[in-house]
Ligand binder design. Structure first.
Ligand code: BJW
Length: 238
C-alpha cells in the first residue's frame, strides 16, 4: 500500500506503546504477567490510588525506575532513531511509554505524552525535575524544597502532556504510524481517526491485531524488532 506513496510523504507522526519495549524485557500493560497483574490499575495509576496509599505507589515507580538499568533498546528503537537522523521530511515521535529506551536508542526528540519514570513532579510548586533515584524517602523538590514529589507520569483521569502540539501535527501529517500499542487507552487510541479525518494514510505495526486495527489503512503483524526496521528501510529507500 505504501509503495509509490512514500515519495509523497513529507510529514510523519509516529505513536509508540509498550509493545515496542516488550522485546527489551519491559512487560506490556495488558499482557499476562504484566504490571497490572500484580497491581490493580486503580491502586497504582490513578490520583485516587496515590492519595490512598502513597507508599505503595512511590515504591512501585521507584522499582520500575531502578529496573531501567537492566534493559536496553532493541532494533525497533534504533530504527526510529535512524529515521529521525536520515528522513528529510518532518517527523514527530510520540510515545506513551515512560521508559527512556527511545532516547537510549538514539532518538533526540521524543514527546512523552504519559510522562517519564526519570522525572519528578512536585505537587506543591508543580515543577518537573529530572529524577534518577528514589521518592519513597520523601526527598525535597529541587525547586521549592518541599517533600512533595510524585512520579511525573500521567495517571487515568489526568491530562496527557503536549496535546496541543500532538493534535496540530495530526492535522497536517501525511502518514500516521502506530507501533506496539493496544488502542485501549484514550486519547492516544483516537489519534488514528484524527489523522485519517485530516487526510493522512495510516499504518499499524503490532504483534497482533489491536482494538483499533480496523481503523488503519494498513496493518502489519509481527514483532516490532523486525517490522520497524523493515518499514524504516522502505521509507528511506523511497
Ligand atoms: C507488541 C509486542 C512486540 C506486545 N512487538 N507489538 C471511556 C471511554 C473512553 C475514554 C475513557 C473512558 N473512561 C475513561 C476514559 C479516559 C481514560 C481511558 O482511556 N480509559 C480507558 C481504560 C478506556 N484516559 C485517561 O484518563 C487519559 N486522560 C484523559 O483522557 O484526559 C482527558 C482528555 C480529554 C480530551 C483530550 C485529551 C485528554 C490518561 C490516560 C493515562 C494512561 N496512563 C498509563 C499509565 C502511565 C504511567 C505508567 O506507566 O505507570 O499509560 S495506563 C497504560 O496504558 C500506560 C500506557 O501508556 C497506556 C497504553 O498502553 P499500551 O502502550 O497500549 O500497552 P498495552 O499493554 O495495552 O498494549 C501493548 C501492545 O503491544 C499490544 O497490542 C501487544 O499486542 C503489542 N505487543 N509485544 C510489537 N514484540
Amino acid at each position: 500500500m505504501l509503495e509509490g506513496l512514500m515519495a509523497e510523504i513529507g510529514r510523519i507522526v509516529i505513536l509508540t506503546g509498550a509493545g515496542i519495549s516488550a522485546e527489551s524485557g519491559i512487560d506490556t500493560f495488558r499482557s499476562a504477567g504484566g504490571l497490572w497483574e500484580q497491581h490493580r490499575v486503580e491502586d497504582v495509576a490513578t490520583p485516587e490510588g496515590f492519595a490512598r496509599n502513597p507508599n505503595l505507589v512511590l515504591n512501585f515507580y521507584d522499582m520500575r525506575r531502578a529496573a531501567l538499568a537492566n534493559v536496553a533498546p532493541n532494533p525497533a528503537h534504533s530504527a526510529l532513531a535512524r529515521l529521525e537522523r536520515e528522513f528529510s521530511g518532518e517527523l514527530l515521535l510520540v510515545t506513551q511509554n515512560v521508559d527512556d529506551l527511545h532516547e537510549r536508542g538514539g532518538s533526540a526528540r521524543v514527546l512523552h505524552m504519559h510522562g517519564e519514570l526519570k522525572s519528578a513532579l512536585c505537587t506543591a510548586c508543580e515543577m518537573r525535575s529530572p529524577w534518577h533515584t528514589t521518592m519513597i524517602d520523601r526527598p525535597p523538590c529541587p525547586v521549592c524544597r518541599a517533600p512533595t514529589l510524585r512520579p511525573d507520569v500521567v495517571w487515568f483521569g489526568e491530562m496527557p502532556y503536549e496535546m496541543g502540539r500532538i493534535y496540530r501535527a495530526l492535522e497536517t501529517c501525511d502518514l500516521f504510524v502506530s507501533i506496539g500499542t493496544s488502542g485501549a487507552v484514550y486519547p492516544a487510541a483516537g489519534f488514528v481517526q484524527e489523522a485519517r479525518a485530516n487526510g493522512a494514510r495510516t499504518l499499524e505495526l503490532n504483534l497482533e491485531p489491536s482494538e483499533g486495527s480496523r481503523c488503519f489503512h494498513e496493518t502489519r503483524h509481527g514483532p516490532a524488532s523486525v517490522l520497524v526496521p523493515q518499514w524504516v528501510e522502505e521509507v528511506l529507500d523511497a
